[in-house]
Write a protein that binds this ligand. Structure first.
Ligand code: GRG
Length: 298
């Protein structure tokens, strides 16, 4: 059997997601031109790994679901993620100039346009997520829309971002930092796996395992993000490292040192792998995604 080639899989899924997003967002020539151009700039102009939509699709595949059926919901996750990046880059938050290798939205356009581009992506995400799915009841889709709203909102990403801002310039414990990571970054990643599994047709046990996979993956992802912020290369990352130190923010390397932070990331990847132990080879993309986290360069 040929070994699973993650880069081939990722290129294919990325293309699928980007083609679908491209077809959904009006051109910058269509009114309101400036808003459409700003959305396209952030969503399509600089790339991005498309990790969250790929996790939706890979989780569905792991339980025998069809990729095409999950594509609109997967793209909804990328819209929410991109909105969060646009708002996170604003002067009132991280005040960044570069994202995904291109100027941030407020730099390429202006602050008001960037706020509106983020707002429009957030609301568009829910329109997309409401696309009916063949073989799934409207009730099942509705439950996942509510799940997405929870994990993107007060009790998920936005709540985590608030805690993150409140943690600046003060000493926080490892437990507090973990709580920030679980909400700010982990919630959307876990939601991607849970939603992909549920709408892919998984039974309750498989949903529980994939939720656990998503939880561990999300934390490993954020720990490796903290590590990249210390050791990463701006040209490869497409954004400036050193943000945590600049903003006097706690991070895994700052709290426990780089070697221990790397060990924590390995532990989380092991947990993610363990959650997949009863899954067939259809879960190989998820396995490969988790193990490559430890070699992340961007
Ligand atoms: C503003 C509501 C609001 C939330 C912001 C996601 C987030 C919360 C902030 C982004 C800042 C940041 C660097 C978070 C750490 C992890 C993270 C989400 C990195 C960016 O995600 P990637 O690496 O980016 O998947 P690409 O560009 O590949 O999509």
């Amino acid at each position: 059997m040929t070994p699973f080639e993650l880069h081939v899989y990722l290129d294919d899924r990325k293309l699928l997601v980007e083609k679908h997003l491209e077809s959904l967002i009006p051109s910058g020539q269509k009114p309101p031109q400036r808003l459409n151009a700003a959305i396209r700039h952030s969503l399509l102009g600089g790339g991005g790994k498309r990790l969250r939509p790929i996790l939706v699709l890979a989780s569905a595949e792991a339980v025998g679901g069809r990729v095409a059926d999950l594509l609109p919901f997967a793209c909804a996750m990328e819209c929410i993620h991109t909105y969060s990046l646009i708002h996170d880059d604003l002067p009132a938050m991280d005040d960044d100039d570069l994202r995904r290798g291109v100027p941030t939205c407020h730099k390429a356009f202006d602050e008001a346009t960037a706020i509106l581009a983020g707002d429009a992506l957030l609301t568009f995400a829910f329109e997309l997520a409401s696309t009916p799915i063949a073989g799934r009841s409207d009730g099942a889709v509705l439950a996942m829309i509510a799940q997405l709203a929870r994990d993107a909102g007060i009790h998920g990403m936005v709540g985590g971002q608030m805690l993150d801002i409140q943690g600046e310039n003060r000493e926080i414990t490892l437990a507090e930092l973990q709580n920030i990571h679980i909400h700010k970054t982990g919630a959307l990643i876990r939601a991607a796996c849970l939603i992909g599994a549920t709408l892919g047709g998984a039974d309750e046990t498989a949903i529980r395992h994939l939720n656990r996979y998503g939880e561990a993956f999300g934390l490993a992802f954020q720990i490796t993000d903290d590590i990249l912020d210390v050791v990463g290369d701006k040209r490869i990352m497409g954004k400036s490292p050193g943000n945590d130190q600049k903003k006097n923010k706690a991070s895994y390397p700052a709290l426990m040192g780089l070697p221990q932070a790397r060990q924590e990331a390995r532990n989380m990847v092991d947990e993610a792998m363990e959650a997949l132990s009863s899954f067939p080879s259809a879960a190989d993309p998820l396995r490969a995604l988790a193990s490559q986290l430890l070699d992340r360069t961007h």
